[in-house]
Design a protein around this ligand. Structure first.
Ligand SMILES: [Zn+2]
Length: 85
């Protein structure tokens, strides 16, 4: 994943976690992480549609190999709204 792709995803997300909507400014550390919604080992690619900016909490995915969990992440990303406060 190159730097241009990373900044594209970060801009799209408005520096908010794309799963829960919390702003990076509210969580100065650790920095949000760009992750694959569908893991590469399950056929996911580096297309922006398969990438999401995630806070430390949402990036914690002990069951990332679970297909249901991948579906949950994809659905969650669509409903998350950036918190404005
Ligand atoms: Zn989050």
């Amino acid at each position: 994943m190159d730097a241009g792709l990373r900044s594209l995803v970060r801009q799209r997300a408005g520096n908010c976690c794309e799963y829960c909507g919390i702003r990076q400014e509210h969580v100065p550390f650790p920095l949000f992480h760009i992750e694959h919604i569908i893991p590469k080992k399950h056929g996911g690619d580096d297309d922006p549609s398969n990438l999401a900016l995630a806070c430390h909490h949402c990036n914690f995915h002990p069951e990332s190999t679970d297909k249901h969990y991948t579906n949950w992440r994809a659905a969650r990303r669509l409903i998350a709204n950036c918190q404005t406060h």
